[in-house]
Write a protein of this length. Structure first.
Length: 147
């Protein structure tokens, strides 16, 4: 079984069992954002969390093993990258990336925000003019080393 096949089995089981990502995350014991990422093949899961997810979804040990393997990071399929929602995040970076960079450097100095020591939260903010999507990125600042 490949990682793509495991992800397809996970999505099919989620649909069959009529579960939401937050339901799975609650059963696994981690955030919906991280659990969703791991179950979509973008992060690896520790064995105990993989076992909980597979048990809830009624999948076999092969999927559990794949969930524990280190994935290739940053590899999106072409059709995924063209998805309008994902594309908007690329657009945000194109429009505001230099602003984000300047403001981080001004506040923290020369360095980067970690994508390893990182958390993300996605929530809905009710608004009379149309509900808002709030995405919070929370990553450790890593200064560039001088030597």
């Amino acid at each position: 079984m490949t990682r793509c096949e495991a992800v397809a089995a996970i999505i099919a089981a989620k649909k069959t069992k009529n579960l939401k990502w937050k339901d799975i995350a609650e059963a696994v014991g981690a955030s919906p954002e991280w659990v969703t990422s791991a179950l979509l093949g973008r992060n690896s899961m520790p064995g105990d969390l993989a076992a909980r997810a597979v048990s809830l979804l009624g999948l076999d040990k092969e999927v559990e093993k794949i969930l524990q393997e280190c994935p290739t990071k940053g590899a999106l399929e072409a059709e995924t990258a063209a998805d309008p929602l994902i594309y908007r995040f690329h657009e945000i970076t194109q429009v505001y990336g230099t602003t984000i960079k300047e403001l981080i450097h001004e506040q923290f100095g020369d360095g980067i925000m970690s994508a390893i020591d990182f958390e993300m939260e996605i929530r809905r903010l009710p608004d009379p003019k149309g509900d808002r999507v709030v995405v919070t990125y929370n990553g450790k600042f890593l200064p560039y080393r001088k030597w």
